[in-house]
Design a protein. Sequence first.
Lengths: 116, 111
Amino acid sequence: GAGVSQSPRYKVAKRGQDVALRCDPISGHVSLFWYQQALGQGPEFLTYFQNEAQLDKSGLPSDRFFAERPEGSVSTLKIQRTQQEDSAVYLCASSFVTSGSLYEQYFGPGTRLTVT
Amino acid sequence: GESVGLHLPTLSVQEGDNSIINCAYSNSASDYFIWYKQESGKGPQFIIDIRSNMDKRQGQRVTVLLNKTVKHLSLQIAATQPGDSAVYFCAVYRGNNDMRFGAGTRLTVKP
């Protein structure tokens, strides 16, 4: 079956622009995660949804970052007034697990955001 | 705070040799330890996990060893193949949705 898909795969934004990154999780996966991966680093947690509920947004670096999953399926990560330090790969992951072994996550290919 | 690190940023091995990738962690209150593989242009892919009450677990060509005394985790890949070339991340999972990744080791397999 289809895996997690993300779009766009690459995004170049000028400093100050707003961007929206989309994630299509695996069908039926209840849990959805967003991570930020800086060059040469491991992914860092941003936020977690269970269905449409955003249960944890403790990793969002500032109030310029906003995520939503209104119908419990597709999710959008929005970054307002992008800054150069926002340049990274943004990974989305989904899981059929809702508790317990939530580390069993299926990752999408990521969106590489470059802010110039 | 938690830190998850790897001993070497890069590892180069000959095809057919065994590979060992190491990881150190700081927080003992972790339920699971996990290894992910990330190929260029792709997201991380789950390889194998080990629960904190175990010290060894084997999968297909991979073995994970956990030494809680020295807070050390390793991934052993038997008969390394060119398709194993990737960045390998260890991660610690502390329950709920709390998963922390290390910085990664780039494994290069020479033909």
